[in-house]
Ligand binder design. Structure first.
Ligand code: GCW
Length: 692
C-alpha cells in the first residue's frame, strides 16, 4: 500500500537521519508494565503493537513487545506503564506530574542514565496517545533525547460524525462509498474499520458515530436485534483504540417501525419504548456512547409534531440513557427551509439562536447541544454562530465539517485548519474579553461537564481514504487541533507532510506546506465573494451557479440586483441578526465602518461601488480576487509538477490529476462570477481583462 495513500500518515517510512542511524535504531523493544485485567488491556496492546510496527518500519529492523519480567537486551527500550502499577516508574515522575495527568493524558520521559523512554498514563487511552505521540516525534525527525513531555487533551469529546447510509452511499461524501455499510447491511470485511480506528486514535479522536444524521428506514433498525450484533462488532474494533461508538437515531422510530401510533416525547408509552430499546443496546455494547439526533430539521421528524420543544424531545431520550451513562447529542441545525424571499425579517442565520437560547437551563445533564460553527451551513466564510457559548447552563459541542461540501468537494485543495483556528480563536465576549470559542468548546468557560468538538468525516472507501490525497491533512489536522487548539496551522501541516511523505526533501516539505496554507484563501477568492456564501449548483453543491439558490425557498439569498448585493442583517434596517452577538461584536458587525471586509456581504447590502477597507470597490474586489484566484490555482498545479521525483510516482500522480481539475474549474468559477456581475451592474474591470 505504499504508493496509493492507504497508509495515510502512518507509513512509518525508513528514517535516514544521522541520529537514527547512530542511536535510535536501538529502540526496538517495548515493555508493558502492569496491564490491567479488564478491557483496558486491549488498548494497551494496541499501543504496544503500534510502537513495534512503527519502530520496525522506521528502523528496517525487527522490533518486538517483550514481557515485563524479561530484561531487554538493548538498554534503549520503550516502556508503557500506568501510574500506580509500578513504584519504580512512579518514582521517575514528581507527584505533581502524576496528579496533573488526566484520564486521557500522558507523560513521556527519557531516562537519562539508560536512554529508556517511559510513557506513563493514568489510564490505557493515555498510553495509546502517548505511543502515537512518540512515534510522531520519531517520524517527523525530532530528537527523543531528554524528553520531558506532559500532555492532556484540551477537549473532552473529540468526535467524528459519519453521514453514511446503509446502502453504502455517503451524504456529502467525496471519497467513495461507506467503509461500514453496503447493500443495506454491514460490510462483512471489517479489516478496513480497524485501520480507520488506528488512524483516528493516532490523532486522539475518542468518539465516532457511524450513520447519517438523516436516519432513513433501514438505519432506523440499527438499534434493534437485527443489527445490534453487527454494531457491537464494530464497537469492539473501535474499543481497542479507545474510540466510543455512537449511533444517530430517528426521532420517530417507534412510529416508523410500526410499534406505536406516536413519537410524542411526553407519552409514557413512547418513553417506555425508548427505555426498552436502550436496554438492548447496552446489553450488546456496555460502553455505548449514546445517540446523535437531528430532529425538526430539514424535514426530519421531531418533537414539534406533538407541540413539544427541543428540551422535551432531548430530555426524554436522555432520561432513558442516563442509567447507563449514555448521552444525547442533540443538533441545533434547525431552521425553516421554506422561506419567502419577500419576508425580509425571517432569517435562516437567526434560527438556531432563536430556537435554542430560550431553552437554556431546561436540558438534562446528559444532553449536549451540537452547534455548527456558522449560523448558516459550513460555507467557505461565515461569521461564528452566536449560539456558541450563549447558553451558560447547557452543555454544548462545536460542530465542524471536514468533508468539503462547500469547499471544493475534495477535488479542490482546501486545507481547513486555518479556518478552524479562526473559529476557535474568535472572541465572543460572552464573559468579557477572552471568552473565545475554544474555551467554550472545551467546557472551560462555563464549567461544562460535557463539551468538545465533533466534525463530519471526509473519508470513504477510496484507497487513499479522502479522494484527494492532500485532504488527508484535514482529517489529521482536525484531530491534532482539537487535542490542542494551541498548535498552529503551519505546525500541523508540517507534521502531516513529514509523516506522509518523509523527511527527505526540504523543498517538498516547504512547497506542500505553503500550498496547504494558501489553499483556503485561494478557494475563497474564486468562489462566492465577501462572505455572501452559496452561489453553487443546487443539491450536489459543486460548481458555480450564482443564482442556484436565489429562487428557491432554502433562505440562502444574496439579493444581487443591478445596484448592489448582500444581506442586510443589521438591527437598524435588516433582519436584526447582529443583535444576537454579545459585547462589541454586535456593533462591529452592525456598522459598515467596522464590519470586516471578508464578511461584508453577510451582514450588509451595499452598492457595487461601495469602498472596502482595502480601498477597492466591491465590484473591483470581485474581479480582482477571481482573476487572481484562478491564477493561483494554476500555480498549484505547476508547483506540484516540480515535485515529481521527490514523491512516489503513484502519490504524485493522484494529486496532479486533482490539481489539474481544480485549475480548470477555478477558471469556470472566475468566468461565471465575473460575467454575472459585469452583466448585472455594467461596471467594467479597471484592468480591462477578459470578461465573457
Ligand atoms: O449542509 C447540510 C447538508 C445536508 C446535511 C445537513 C445537516 C446531513 O447539505 O446534506 O444533512 O447540512 O447538517 O444536517
Amino acid at each position: 500500500h505504499g504508493e496509493d495513500g492507504y497508509l495515510a500518515w502512518l507509513p512509518y517510512r525508513r528514517q535516514e537521519t544521522a541520529e537514527w542511524l547512530k542511536r535510535y535504531k536501538a529502540y526496538r523493544q517495548i515493555v508493558v508494565a502492569g496491564a490491567p485485567e479488564d478491557g483496558g488491556a486491549a488498548v494497551i496492546h494496541s499501543a504496544a503493537a503500534e510502537l513495534a510496527r512503527g519502530l520496525e518500519g522506521m528502523s528496517g529492523l525487527s522490533a518486538a513487545v517483550v514481557n515485563a519480567g524479561e530484561v531487554p537486551d538493548s538498554e534503549a527500550y520503550i516502556q508503557l506503564a500506568l501510574f500506580g502499577s509500578n513504584p519504580e516508574i512512579d518514582g521517575l515522575f514528581p507527584e505533581a506530574v502524576i496528579t496533573e495527568i488526566g484520564a486521557e493524558g500522558f507523560a513521556i520521559q527519557t531516562d537519562a542514565h539508560t536512554g529508556r523512554i517511559v510513557i506513563a498514563a493514568a489510564a490505557p487511552a493515555g498510553l495509546l496517545y502517548g505511543a502515537f505521540h512518540l512515534l510522531r516525534l520519531f517520524g517527523t525527525g525530532q530528537s527523543v533525547n531528554g524528553l520531558n513531555i506532559r500532555e492532556n487533551p484540551v477537549n473532552p469529546l473529540r468526535m467524528i460524525n459519519h453521514w453514511d447510509n446503509m446502502d453504502g452511499s455517503i451524504e456529502r461524501g467525496y471519497a467513495g462509498k461507506s467503509i461500514f455499510f453496503e447493500n443495506n447491511r454491514f460490510k462483512a470485511d471489517k479489516e478496513r474499520i480497524r485501520d480507520y480506528a488506528r488512524l483516528l486514535a493516532s490523532v486522539g479522536i475518542n468518539a465516532v458515530s457511524i450513520n447519517n444524521v438523516n436516519v432513513h428506514k433501514q438505519e432506523t433498525l440499527l438499534i434493534t436485534d437485527e443489527f445490534l450484533p453487527d454494531v457491537a462488532e464494530v464497537a469492539a474494533i473501535f474499543r481497542d483504540f479507545a474510540v466510543k461508538l455512537f449511533l444517530s437515531v430517528n426521532y420517530a422510530a417507534p412510529l416508523e417501525m410500526g410499534e406505536l401510533p406516536t413519537a410524542d416525547p411526553l407519552d409514557p408509552a413512547v418513553q417506555e419504548w425508548w427505555q426498552h430499546r436502550i436496554k438492548d443496546v447496552y446489553s450488546a455494547i456496555p460502553d455505548f456512547g449514546g445517540y446523535v439526533v437531528k430532529a425538526d430539521s430539514e424535514n426530519r421528524p421531531g418533537p414539534f409534531t406533538y407541540g413539544r420543544d427541543h428540551a422535551d424531545g432531548a430530555n426524554m431520550l436522555a432520561e432513558a440513557l442516563d442509567p447507563f451513562g449514555g448521552i444525547v447529542i442533540w443538533r441545533c441545525f434547525v431552521y425553516n427551509c421554506k422561506q419567502d424571499w419577500r419576508d425580509r425579517k425571517t432569517d435562516r442565520a437567526k434560527a438556531a439562536y432563536d430556537h435554542f437560547k430560550p431553552l437554556d437551563g431546561r436540558f438534562k445533564d446528559n444532553v449536549v447541544l451540537q452547534v455548527k460553527n456558522g449560523p448558516i451551513d459550513f460555507q467557505v466564510r461565515e461569521p461564528i454562530s452566536p449560539l456558541l457559548g450563549a447558553m451558560p447552563s447547557t452543555h454544548q459541542v462545536l460542530e465542524l465539517q471536514i468533508t468539503q461540501e462547500y469547499t471544493g468537494q475534495q477535488r479542490h485543495l482546501c486545507y481547513l485548519v486555518p479556518q478552524w483556528k479562526e473559529i476557535l480563536d474568535f472572541d465572543t465576549y460572552l464573559k468579557g474579553e477572552g471568552s473565545t470559542v475554544k474555551r467554550i468548546a472545551s467546557g472551560e468557560l462555563h464549567g461544562s461537564r460535557l463539551a468538545g468538538i465533533a466534525a463530519v468525516s471526509n473519508i470513504g472507501d477510496d484507497t487513499n481514504w479522502t479522494g484527494h490525497l492532500l485532504a488527508q491533512a484535514n482529517l489529521y489536522g482536525y484531530g491534532r487541533l482539537i487535542w490542542n487548539p494551541g498548535l498552529t496551522s503551519p505546525e500541523i501541516a508540517e507534521e502531516w507532510i513529514r509523516l506522509t511523505f518523509g523527511n527527505g526533501s526540504e523543498q517538498l516539505i516547504r512547497t506542500v506546506q505553503q500550498m496547504l496554507l494558501d489553499s483556503w484563501g485561494i478557494y475563497e477568492s474564486y468562489t462566492a465573494p465577501l462572505g455572501v456564501g452559496f452561489m453553487v449548483n443546487p443539491d450536489h453543491h459543486y460548481g458555480p451557479n450564482v443564482e442556484g439558490y436565489e429562487y428557491s425557498m432554502w433562505g440562502t439569498y444574496h439579493f444581487a440586483d443591478w445596484q448592489g448585493i448582500g444581506v442586510d442583517r443589521t438591527k437598524a434596517t435588516g433582519t436584526g441578526y447582529t443583535g444576537q452577538y454579545a459585547g462589541s461584536n454586535c456593533e462591529r458587525y452592525e456598522s459598515l465602518e467596522t464590519c470586516p471586509d471578508e464578511l461584508l456581504l453577510f451582514f450588509h447590502h451595499v452598492p457595487y461601488t461601495h469602498k472596502l477597507h482595502s480601498g477597492k470597490t466591491v465590484i473591483q474586489h470581485i474581479y480582482d480576487t477571481h482573476f487572481e484566484g484562478a491564477e493561483q490555482a494554476e500555480r498549484f498545479a505547476a508547483e506540484w509538477e516540480a515535485l515529481a521525483g521527490s514523491i512516489e510516482e503513484g502519490l504524485h500522480q493522484q494529486v496532479a490529476e486533482r490539481l489539474a481539475e481544480q485549475a480548470e474549474h477555478a477558471k469556470e468559477w472566475r468566468d461565471r462570477i465575473n460575467t454575472y456581475f459585469y452583466r448585472r451592474c455594467g461596471i467594467a474591470d479597471e484592468q480591462g481583462r477578459t470578461i465573457y
